[in-house]
Design a protein. Structure first.
Length: 357
């Protein structure tokens, strides 16, 4: 036994001497090879260190609260993830690809601590801690849905064939950022565009009148979205409505005739007058034209109306000029001179007024 020990010592001495010839012994090529003297896998080779990745990265200061927390583990197995902001805990779950993703809602202006525990192939545990802070906005934006300037667009109600989707923001916003946050889903699918009435009010309307029975769902996903310098969306908003029968009246001012169509079929032709002309001032100080210019007019034949008509006219702007196309739809094509339409709630009559030649 002693002789054997001498042989081993002698062998080590030769190895040490060989390492010192020509200078110092070289270091490891990378961090993964530094565990050669540590635990071994079942095959006898060194264990590859477990690698953890957490996003948002640690130390981030202006993270959007809509950004999910994602934890990825390589060369090991995820054991646990704990996300806290003071006493509050954020829930999450493991996805099909093996990553962990937060499902709980983050808040503005909070610091979150993420503690991840994983094990390598030998079963040895590794724990990492990171933290990040969500952005603290200077201003928060709210949204409301409007049927016109004086009434809200009520969820679940039926509206006329000329009804635009009107979204009002509580302050001026970046238009492109706001449009990207708006999702409009219709059945059947239609083409349409955005039109900005001002810096805080956007309309979306179809290229042509709504078909009767169309369902419309609007989602405004503003939470966590930067809408300007220090301006962010406070929360998401959604609504849905349907279109009643398509009831449209077209007035020819020169002929003094109004033709009424139901679902595309002419059902009545009657004489009409667009009045002397002039204007009046609305409740919010806006001017309403009442003359034979191409603005909305009212059909008063009660046999063609169902429900009480609205007293307000809604100009539906042509798809051109300063309007913007909804990125989720195809390019809409309209005649060069698109009419203005009066959208009436609860089966009322959309009116198209046209000047004579």
């Amino acid at each position: 036994m002693i002789q054997r020990r001498k042989v081993i010592i002698g062998t080590l001495g030769v190895a040490a001497a060989a390492a010192t010839v020509g200078g110092s012994a070289p270091g490891p090529a990378n961090a993964e090879t530094t565990t050669a003297a540590g635990p071994e896998e079942k095959g006898g080779g060194p264990v590859t260190p477990v690698r953890l990745s957490v996003t948002p990265g640690t130390g981030s200061k202006t993270v959007s609260p809509s950004t999910p927390i994602v934890v990825t583990v390589r060369d090991g197995d995820l054991q646990s993830v704990a996300v806290t902001a003071g006493p509050a805990k954020i829930a999450g779950s493991v996805q099909a690809d093996g990553t962990w993703r937060s499902t709980g809602k983050l808040a503005y202006g909070k610091t979150y601590r993420v503690v991840v525990t994983a094990t390598d192939r030998s079963g040895a545990a590794k724990q990492e801690t990171s933290s990040f802070t969500t952005v603290k906005p200077q201003h928060l934006i709210e949204t409301t849905f409007r049927a016109n300037a004086m009434s809200s667009l009520k969820k679940g109600q039926a509206y006329g064939a000329g009804q635009p989707v009107i979204i009002a923001f509580s302050r001026a916003v970046n238009k492109k950022a706001a449009e990207k946050a708006i999702e409009i889903t219709t059945s059947p699918a239609v083409e349409g565009k955005f039109y900005w009435a001002d810096g805080r009010t956007v309309h979306w309307r179809p290229a042509r009148y709504w078909a009767g029975g169309t369902s419309v769902t609007v989602n405004v996903n503003l939470f966590g979205v930067r809408l300007g310098n220090g301006v962010y969306g406070e929360k998401n908003a959604s609504t849905r409505f349907t279109i009643g029968r398509q009831l449209i009246a077209i007035t020819d001012n020169k002929a003094h005739l109004t033709k009424v169509y139901i679902n595309g079929k002419l059902v009545r032709t009657m004489k009409c007058s667009l009045g002397k002309g002039g204007s009046t001032t609305g409740a919010n100080g806006q001017a309403w034209a009442t003359g034979p210019s191409p603005t909305a007019s009212t059909v008063t034949d009660r046999r063609l109306r169902s429900g009480r008509p609205s007293s307000a006219s809604i100009p539906v702007h042509p798809l051109g000029g300063n309007s913007r196309r909804n990125t989720s739809t195809q390019t809409a094509r309209l005649p060069a001179a698109a009419p203005h339409v009066q959208a009436r709630a609860r089966g009322g009559v959309p009116i198209v007024s046209r000047r004579g030649p």
